[in-house]
Design a protein. Structure first.
Ligand code: ADP
Ligand code: MG
Length: 235
């Protein structure tokens, strides 16, 4: 489905939150490297899609009403065979139905398990004064507790992307430490610029989060994606 078709569909259903599967399709169309995800509506489908991608896979609850999937037992990683996929599907459904009984559940998002990397977050939100602003930071505890992030106003130039990465206190983590290889900072710059260009030409997007992105010695890939649309913007 094209970006426009996904946005139109959400609008028709009067939704502003895109699911992870939809968000990733949009992000991929925008040329951003992302772990592909496919919706499975039953255990049988989940197993079939897992075999199509190849093991190990990750299963996540697919719902337009759920923002933080792992908080409610909605994410199972490192599944290596069909039995584990079936079990994970059942466990996700039981947990999510118990914790979010009112949520509409489409099924699960099935995706390949990405190899571990340095966790990054790239986000966009709209400032009432400056409009779209891009945020960059290290993922996990560093962002949540230390708020070690940097911001730049859209549209970003190459130099902004370069600087905002080097601005965070945690930058040495990306240079490699204790024998860890350095991360591909050029790939992160490229991803930031693609997000900037994409949100600039797609004003209906109110918020965008790539959290986490895994950064590697070579390349980077978005592992989770979330897009929120403007409630009353013209399409
Ligand atoms: P949420 O942010 O909604 O709780 P995520 O999709 O970010 O859910 O998943 C939670 C965590 O699981 C991620 O931070 C990441 O560490 C891990 N994870 C998710 N998807 C994958 C994947 N495809 N490959 C490897 N790890 C993953
Ligand atoms: Mg996430």
């Amino acid at each position: 489905m094209s970006i426009q078709a996904i946005l139109d569909n959400a609008r028709r259903e009067k939704r502003v939150l895109l699911t992870e599967v939809e968000s990733k399709q949009v992000i991929e169309e925008a040329g951003i490297n992302v772990v592909k995800a496919k919706l499975a509506r039953s255990i049988k489908e989940a197993v079939a899609v897992s075999k199509e991608f190849g093991f190990p896979v990750v299963l996540k609850v697919a719902s337009p009403d759920i923002v933080h999937k792992s908080d409610i037992g909605g994410v199972k990683v490192g599944l290596t065979n069909a039995t584990q996929v079936s079990k994970a599907y059942r466990e996700i459904m039981t947990s999510v139905k118990q914790k979010e009984p009112k949520a509409t559940i489409h099924g699960v998002s099935v995706q390949p398990m990405a190899k571990p990397g340095v966790e990054i977050i790239i986000g966009m939100s709209k400032d009432p004064q400056f409009g779209p602003v891009i945020m960059f930071g290290l993922g996990g505890i560093l962002v949540e507790i230390l708020k070690d992030v940097s911001f730049r106003i859209v549209p970003l130039a190459k130099r902004d992307a370069r600087e905002m990465i080097r601005d965070i206190k945690g930058y040495p983590v990306l240079e490699g430490y204790r024998g860890q290889p350095p991360s591909d900072v050029a790939a992160l710059e490229d991803m930031i610029l693609k997000v900037s260009a994409f949100v600039e030409r797609t004003p209906v997007i109110k918020e965008l989060d790539l959290n986490p992105v895994f950064a590697y010695k070579d390349g980077a890939i978005a592992v989770d994606a979330r897009i929120v649309l403007e409630a009353d913007a013209p399409k």
